[in-house]
Ligand binder design. Structure first.
Ligand code: HEC
Length: 147
């Protein structure tokens, strides 16, 4: 059924484009998606570190590399986007240089680990120890507590 296959493909394309448009027009949605991806990557690594998943060098490397996807995070905080379904704290705008520095610190830590990916479970633990505090450091100052 060539026709229905084509139709299905078109539908997927249209949906993908719509999702892209929403992400572009809604910085809150886009920045949360970046953070969700960070959370998923750290989750993958944490499972290996805790022995809940077997060590997988390729998966660990991929998770570490994916963190770089948040490099443009600071660009997704236009004035006014403190309103809405967001945990962004006012400090992002009142101390924007500090916020950008916290992001740079995190990206640098993630890139360093991705460039020298873990070879065993201890390596995964070390990568988490190097990156985790840069997540928390930013959250403590620039994100409202999770209710
Ligand atoms: C430079 C600051 C910064 C860094 C670094 C950072 N975050 Fe975030 N994170 C935020 C802010 C701000 C929010 C709130 C975004 C919003 O609600 O608009 C957030 C939200 C989140 C969320 C909730 C997303 C949602 O769906 O509401 C998760 C999960 C998260 N971060 C995980 C992480 C992890 C894991 C790392 C490190 C690997 C990390 N973050 C690093 C600033 C940061």
């Amino acid at each position: 059924m060539v026709f229905s296959k084509k139709f299905a493909l078109t539908a997927v394309l249209v949906m993908t484009m719509a999702a892209g448009a929403i992400a572009q027009s809604d910085p809150i949605v886009a920045r949360k998606a970046m953070m969700k991806s960070n959370g998923a990557a750290i989750g993958t690594l944490a499972k290996m570190a805790k022995g809940e998943a077997p060590f997988d060098a390729a998966a660990a490397k991929q998770a570490l590399e994916s963190l770089h996807g948040a490099a443009g995070f600071a660009d997704l905080f236009p004035v006014g986007s403190d309103q809405g379904d967001t945990k962004a704290k006012d400090t992002i705008w009142s101390d924007n240089a500090g916020f950008k520095a916290a992001l740079a610190k995190f990206i640098a830590a993630a890139d360093a680990q991705a460039a020298n990916p873990p070879k065993d479970v201890d390596g995964v633990k070390a990568a988490l120890a190097a990156i985790g505090p840069t997540c928390q450091g930013c959250h403590q100052t620039y994100r409202k507590p999770q209710s």
